[in-house]
Design a protein around this ligand. Structure first.
Ligand code: B12
Ligand code: SF4
Length: 389
């Protein structure tokens, strides 16, 4: 097979921007897969040009014009930019491939604009594209591995791509890491609702954390696990074995049900500074999570946790979807409390009661300062105090 010049473009955003937030944060939102792909393409003997597009650079200066094969990773919000770029690079003679959330969610649409559209992507899938590397027009070829990959290259092999992205982050530098794929829950709107939870190897995780400590003095890790900490004790054991106290800071997305007080304490001890909480599986949609709590029981559980974790921070502003959803939970909970304990003074009326734990307040402040907790494409699975969008 001849050596190909391969472009890998990670579209963190959909258009040019000069905003302060983009300058500080966009490079920190680089995805893992484009970096993994870089390793796989190099392992197959090809030359790789990797670009993380943050909206601040001139895209056409960054991506070499003579690539033979261009991989683009895109969320749906950047789909139109991705389609336009595919058109341009096809005209220049390249074969184009789309992967990432948009390709997973809307492959039929994407196939009208790309030669290949990849769903689940492992090294075998990528090798097949590299071997074939042929235009498929007008309709692209959709390919998907039968399941999520069971392993990723070690961080050491991905490191030069991580560095290339983080060179664009002027102050805060968040290293993207992952320790598991899929999720045990079944939220109907989520692409991982049908994907079984699968931890990647904990020994590999420890090796990666040790490697990171050898490169960065006090790194910040952004965990891209769809639902971090499902195997909570194993995860924490692995981190504690590899990372001396105080040497690493972490950010992760996890279910509210994992954020019990003892877990929060252990997370805090291990340097977790921001958690993006999700409220998982409300209804009886297959009970993949085996939580068995649904309907009102689930509402009560979430509301209790909401009070337990942080009486003030999650919830918020009527202007945004997530806030409204969370407020609904609160209201329902209050209704239930009134029904069950009509004569008792409600706990959350007592100013002495339940001050937000510092840790959780910190968590939410950190994230919401940056404008950004999640709308999760109109579904409000994730809760936030405020959002600038
Ligand atoms: C971690 C995560 C984040 C992280 C990291 C994001 C990132 N840059 O990767 C953070 C918190 C920053 C984030 C932000 C956002 N997220 Co988010 N996020 C996730 C989450 C929970 C996991 C995704 C993940 O990394 N999985 C691990 C990877 C390895 O697996 P995978 O994503 O399934 O990818 C497989 C294939 O798709 C393929 N693949 C993936 N990328 C690429 C790239 C190429 C080139 C190729 C060939 C293949 C390929 O290979 C993988 C292995 O099979 C998913 C929900 C979920 N449960 O999956 C939402 C999800 C991806 N996010 C979503 C959204 C909407 C957002 C935001 C737009 C929210 C917002 N309004 O701001 C932002 C976008 C920020 C940005 N541009 O980076 C949506 C995307 C929907 C869509 N159609 O675009 C999802 C699907 C949630 C949902 N609604 O169901 N997110
Ligand atoms: S808990 Fe999060 S990752 Fe899991 S199915 Fe629900 S939305 Fe998806």
């Amino acid at each position: 097979m001849r050596q190909l010049h391969i472009g890998i473009l990670d579209l963190v955003t959909k258009s040019p921007t000069r905003s302060l937030y983009a300058r500080v944060m966009h490079a920190n939102l680089a995805s893992i897969m484009p970096q993994v792909l870089g390793v796989w393409c190099e392992r197959a003997g090809h030359r790789v040009s990797y670009v993380c597009y943050t909206g601040l650079e001139n895209l056409l200066d960054e991506v070499p014009p003579d690539v033979d094969l261009l991989f683009i990773g895109a969320f749906t919000q950047a789909a139109q930019l991705a389609y336009g770029l595919s058109n341009l690079f096809r005209k220049r003679g390249a074969v184009t491939v789309l992967g990432g959330p948009h390709a997973r969610c809307y492959p039929e649409d994407a196939a009208r604009y790309f030669d290949y559209v990849l769903g689940f992507t492992d090294q075998t899938t990528v090798d097949e594209v590299l071997r074939e590397c042929t235009p498929h027009r007008p309709l692209g070829r959709c390919l998907s591995a039968s399941r999520q990959p069971t392993e990723f290259p070690p961080l050491a092999e991905r490191w030069k791509f991580v560095q290339a992205a983080l060179r664009k982050a002027p102050t805060i530098k968040i290293v993207p890491m992952i320790g598991s794929l899929g999720c045990p829950y079944t939220c109907s709107f989520c692409i991982d609702s049908t994907v079984d939870y699968q931890p990647l190897g904990f020994p590999q995780l420890q090796e990666d954390l040790r490697f990171l400590l050898s490169r960065v003095k006090r790194p910040i890790v952004g965990w891209h696990d769809p639902n971090f900490g499902i195997k909570f004790d194993q995860y924490m054991d692995a981190i504690e074995a590899a990372v001396p106290p105080g040497r690493m800071r972490h950010i992760a997305e996890t279910s509210l049900s994992i954020l019990s007080e003892p877990h929060l304490a252990r997370l805090q001890r291990n340097g977790f500074r921001a958690i993006l909480p999700g409220i998982e599986s409300w209804f009886d949609l297959g009970n993949k999570s085996k939580t068995r709590l649904t309907g009102v029981a689930k509402v009560r559980q979430v509301a209790q946790q909401r009070h337990g974790a942080d009486g003030n921070r999650i919830g918020g502003d009527e202007r945004n979807q997530e806030g409204i959803k969370i407020m609904r939970i609160t209201l329902l909970h209050k209704k239930m409390e009134n029904r069950h304990r009509p004569d008792e003074k409600r706990q959350d009326d007592d100013p002495q009661k339940e001050q937000p734990s510092d840790f959780f307040a910190q968590i939410c402040a950190f994230v919401t300062q940056n404008t950004y907790l999640y709308r999760l494409t109109n579904n409000g699975c994730y809760a936030t105090e405020e959002s600038s969008d």
